[in-house]
Design a protein around this ligand. Structure first.
Ligand SMILES: [Mn+2]
Length: 365
């Protein structure tokens, strides 16, 4: 596996590449360019600038998270073709500069949702949290301003001002898009994009819906094994793959993460792994937690063992971290707890790997 860390670029991240390269085992960053409006082409020189900067620290830039899909594509509007052509152009430019995996999602309006971005745990750390009782009371037209204030001035992907300004109109537009219609629109997009990705040798990886259920009456379709199975069959190509995000899918207790890793990993469709833990509370409520198994509800050993058993050699990153040690940065994307996450995942992997080698030695004897 190739261990990476998400980095938002020097203008949008107060964590430096110098700090990232000092985390043991991290060989690359998962990059993005936040100032290009969704739907526009990522120009070659803009990507090149990012790549050169990352590489000047001895790190690789081979995964982009995300090239977002324009809302018109998800809505299936006639204007989608223009944005799909732009998307293909972006893929070509990224491929020219050695990008191997492109992450995207097909969630209407929001990429992710929590009811609290800084819930305090008993140890004083703060985490993302989801509580159904709070969710039900949310005024969906006005939550966004409140959420932006919670970000404390940090620009959060998925919550761009440009997107938030259009929110009320989008609710109305999605009234005509049910889940089946959204599937149709995804199929239309993939039938255009995957042949191009094949030619470019760029693996497309869809991020599951987070949380994995419908919110605010909007359709959501990438929530379970059944959905992922349907996704990969829309276009049967290894370039049509997934980001297996343990925390997103794991929020639904019916999703067995190690089983999903083995199932889709054996089919060669996991191109990018997001690994984090979450702690279940009653009903659908959950908090994000440190990566350590005992701090949450997911068994991280079983997750890493599943990756080991499928011979996973793709990109992996720790996912959100808690805010600890007084760090002030984007919620979920601090340096300290994600670095601890990397260390923990590396520890598990190292032990599993060594044990695996010893076993195969015994078999040879
Ligand atoms: Mn994720």
């Amino acid at each position: 596996m190739k261990v990476t860390l998400r980095w938002y670029g020097s203008e949008n991240d107060n964590i430096s590449l110098n700090q990232i390269k000092q985390i043991p085992g991290v060989t690359g960053v998962v990059g993005t360019i936040l100032d290009i409006p969704v739907g526009e082409v990522w120009e070659l020189n803009r990507i090149l600038r990012l790549k050169k900067e990352v590489e000047s620290y001895g790190l690789k830039l081979e995964v982009i998270e995300s090239v977002n899909v324009h809302e018109d594509i998800k809505l299936g509007l006639t204007t989608r073709d223009k944005y799909i052509e732009n998307y293909k152009e972006t893929l070509k430019n990224l491929s020219t500069l050695g990008i191997k995996v492109v992450c995207y999602n097909f969630m209407p309006v929001f990429d992710w949702f929590r009811t609290d971005l800084s819930k305090e745990l008993p140890d004083g750390s703060t985490v993302f949290s989801y509580k159904e009782e709070i969710f039900e009371k949310i005024d969906k037209d006005n939550i966004f301003k409140e959420m932006l204030e919670k970000f404390d001035g940090f620009n959060m992907p998925g919550w761009e001002e440009e997107r938030l300004n259009k929110i009320k109109g989008l609710y109305t537009e999605y009234k005509n898009v049910n889940e089946e219609k959204l599937w149709e629109n995804l199929e239309y997009f993939l039938k255009e994009i995957i042949p191009v990705a094949e030619e470019l040798d760029t693996k497309m990886a869809i991020h599951p819906d987070d949380p994995p259920w419908s919110i605010f009456g909007l359709p959501r379709i990438i929530k379970s094994k059944k959905d992922l199975e349907r996704l990969i069959s829309l276009v049967d190509s290894k370039y049509n793959g997934i980001v297996l995000c343990s925390g997103s899918l794991g929020a639904n207790r019916d999703n067995n993460i190690p089983e999903l890793i083995r199932y889709f990993g054996k089919k060669g469709r996991i191109h990018f792994a997001h690994v984090r833990n979450i702690k279940f509370h009653k009903g659908r409520n959950f908090d994000e937690s440190s990566h350590k198994t005992e701090d949450g509800s997911l068994d991280m050993y079983e997750i890493m063992k599943a990756y080991y058993d499928i011979g996973f050699d793709g990109y992996i990153r720790p996912d959100h971290g808690r805010m600890i040690w007084g760090e002030k940065t984007k919620p979920g994307y601090g340096l300290y707890d994600r670095a601890l996450g990397v260390a923990y995942l590396n520890g598990l992997w190292g032990a599993i790997n060594k044990e695996g080698k010893e076993k195969s030695k015994c078999i040879q004897i």
